[in-house]
Structure formats: C-alpha cells, structure tokens
Write a protein that binds this ligand. Structure first.
Ligand code: SAM
Ligand code: MD0
Ligand code: SF4
Length: 362
C-alpha cells in the first residue's frame, strides 16, 4: 500500500477501508507520521480555520458504583479521597470557570449512588439547570449510563451534550474494562441521547489491550454512530487498580488516532485533553488535528481530573490563561462564544430535522 495514495484518497473525502486505517495506524517513521498529521490539520482548518474551543471541566462527584479496571475512582479502590460537591460549590466552580472564558461546562460524575439511588436523578437534572441558568453557557453532562427519560429531562433542563465513552468497540475487551456493565446499554444511551435532542460524544482509550484492528473498528463505529465529538485518551495507570502495573502507551498511538478521527470525520469536534499529559502535551495533540481543549479546571477548589487527578490543577496551568500562550504561539486562537454557539445550534438543527418531518407527516 502506498501512503501517498491513501492520503490523497482521504483528502478527496473518499472513505478509507479498515485495511487502509490499519495501514496508517502502523506508521512509525517521522516523515510518514508528519504527512498524516499535516493532512489532518489541513482538513481541520478547512472546517474550523484556526479556531479552538475551550471546555471547563467539573468532576463534581468522585463516588461510583462501578468497578472499571482502568479507573482510579472504581468503587473498590480505597486510595482516592472521594468527594461530592454541594450545589453551592458546583455553582461557584462553574461561575469561576465560566468567567475565565471557556465555551462550555462539562459536568462529570461517577455513577454515584447518591444520584443513581437515594436522591434520584431529579437532583442531577436540577443541578444541570442551575449551572445553565447561572452561567448561560452550553453544558455537557457526563454521568455514565442513565435511563432514556433522564436524558430527555436533562435536555429540557438545558443540557446540550451527553458524553459517554465506549472505551473500545470490541465487546470482549469492553467486558474486561467495564466489569459487569452492558456494552449495549452504554452504546444505546448515546443513540437515546440523540433522539432526545442532545449532541453526543463517544471516545476510546489506547493502551488497554486493543489491537490495531480494534482501533480501526472503533473509528468506523464512531463514524457510523454520527457522534458530534469524538475522543481518544492514552490510558494512565492508576494506583490501587488491577491495571496499576500496566505501562502507559507510547503517545504516537493517541496522536495517530486523533489524526485518523479528523481524516474520517473532518467536521467533528476532537478534543486535546489536558488530562493525560497536562499543558505539556497540548501542542502535539493540536498538531495532530484536535480542535477542542478539554479538562480546563478552576484551581484551588479541590476538584480532580480523571486520568491525572492532580497534575497541573492547583498550579493553575490547566486554565484558559495557562493555554492561550501555547495556542497563540501555534498560530491558533480561542474561538468566540458566538462561534461555538453557532456550531452547536447548527448541529442541533440537523438532529431535530428528521423528528419534525415525522410530526408533519402524521
Ligand atoms: N463515570 C462516567 C463514565 O464512566 O462515563 C464519567 C466519568 S469517567 C471517569 C470519564 C472517562 O475518563 C472514562 O470514560 C475514560 O475514558 C476516562 N478515564 C478514566 N480513567 C482513565 C485512565 N486511567 N486513563 C485514561 N482515561 C481514563
Ligand atoms: C477530559 N477529564 O476532558 C475530562 C473527562 C468527561 N466528559 C471528560 C475525561 O479529559
Ligand atoms: Fe465509575 Fe466512570 Fe470510573 Fe467507570 S470510568 S469506575 S463508571 S467513574
């Protein structure tokens, strides 16, 4: 297979086969990798020019009923100092990160029994509504798997996005990562979210035992799902978990997946997460084709990251102020809130068109 041939095909917008995706995932020579990254950036710039979107991250409860083998906050890990922030604390954090200039607030939690059982999802829906009202910003919710009715309630409360990462689209590997969880329930929740009017983010991990053919299949699955935002993160080993002794994968794998996500889905949002390598890892991810910076965390409020629970947070590096110089140095710029709002409005209209057509026929 010839690299130039495959890249020309991709540049013309022709779909790549699984075989071609795997061929690209195998590349390792610097000049070949650069050709892939350069194409990804050209495609990104075609749709987004030099605009980058910024997401504030609030992990407001680190309690979880699940036992994912890769996660620091799995229920049987005794190491984390867990917390559940009160409504006042969440609103304070949301206000701070909103004032710092982010375009969206990502409200994330473990599958916390407080919301999943005792207080019901009503208090989560109310919290989402208050954050939306207080900040006026687009809101993403990352709660794990929730019933369809709750997705619809979240939409009505003002949520714009539902994020739920499959981690892998290989069912057997999924069952080793997300112990005792249903692959189908997790995947369907994203389709249900779209039916409720929410934009959806799917994502995968690298370095968790996947093969190149698994990665190619994940790329195709996320494309078929029609996710609006698609991500990849390198696995970071966590103390006290069954995967504690694993090594973190070479970053070239994550970077290649970012580039292939861009090549396959040139007009989608693709994050460069600060939660893997902090600000130090930002430039490489943007240069691979990412156009969103996620995991910007207000410092000094006792909020954690997921894969890097403390890295760069209290130092204030994972902030808008901390990343703007890096962006500018690369000739990129933070988008305006209006530019971001336009993008999501446009995507929401596309989501709802089939439904309104159904209504007008009946
Ligand atoms: N509890 C919700 C869920 O699982 O969907 C939302 C929060 S969860 C902690 C967010 C994501 O963080 C996971 O889906 C996974 O992709 C990522 N993550 C968790 N642990 C990680 C690790 N050790 N390394 C890299 N990414 C990790
Ligand atoms: C991030 N730590 O963006 C966050 C998290 C959840 N929607 C996002 C994984 O990297
Ligand atoms: Fe819980 Fe999410 Fe961590 Fe799994 S990844 S243990 S669901 S917080």
């Amino acid at each position: 297979m010839k690299l130039g041939h495959v890249l020309q095909k991709a540049e013309r917008g022709e779909p790549l086969s699984s075989h071609e995706l795997q061929f690209l995932l195998e590349l390792s020579k610097p000049d070949e990798l650069n050709q892939v990254f350069e194409l990804a950036c050209r495609l990104r710039d075609r749709y987004f020019q030099n605009k980058v979107f910024l997401y504030g991250f609030i992990y407001f409860s680190t309690w979880c009923r699940n036992d994912c083998t890769f996660c620091y906050y799995r229920k049987s890990n005794m190491h984390p100092n867990r917390y559940r922030k009160s409504e006042v604390e969440v609103l304070e954090a949301a206000k701070r990160v909103a004032d710092s200039g982010v375009h969206l607030i990502d409200l994330t939690l473990g599958e916390d029994p407080f919301y999943y059982k005792r207080h019901g999802f009503g208090s989560l829906v109310k919290l989402v509504n208050k954050v939306k009202m207080n900040t006026g910003l687009p809101v993403m919710v990352s709660p794990g798997v929730v019933p369809e009715q709750v997705l619809s309630d979240l939409y009505i409360a003002g949520a714009d996005w539902f994020a739920c990462y499959q981690e892998t689209h290989n069912r057997e590997l999924f069952s080793r990562l997300r112990l005792n969880q249903s692959y189908d329930a997790r995947f369907s929740s994203k389709k249900n979210a779209m039916r409720s009017g929410l934009l959806v983010e799917d994502g995968i991990l690298t370095g968790v035992g996947e093969t190149l053919s698994d990665l190619a299949f994940s790329l195709e699955s996320m494309f078929r799902l029609g996710a609006h935002q698609v991500r990849v993160m390198s696995f970071v080993p966590q103390k006290g978990t069954p995967m504690d002794h694993w090594t973190t994968p070479p970053r070239v794998r994550e970077l290649l997946v970012i580039a292939l996500l861009r090549i396959l889905m040139p007009d989608r949002l693709i994050p460069a997460s600060l939660d893997v390598d902090g600000v130090e890892g930002l430039q490489a991810r943007i240069n691979a084709g990412a156009n969103v910076i996620t995991s910007l965390i207000p410092p000094q409020l006792g909020l954690a990251g997921v894969a890097q629970s403390t890295k760069d947070i209290n130092e204030g590096y994972r902030t808008v102020q901390g990343i703007i110089p890096v962006l500018n140095q690369m000739g990129m710029r933070a988008a305006s809130l209006e530019e971001y709002s336009c993008w999501i409005l446009n995507e929401k209209e596309k989501l709802q068109r089939p439904r309104s057509r159904e209504v007008s026929v009946s």
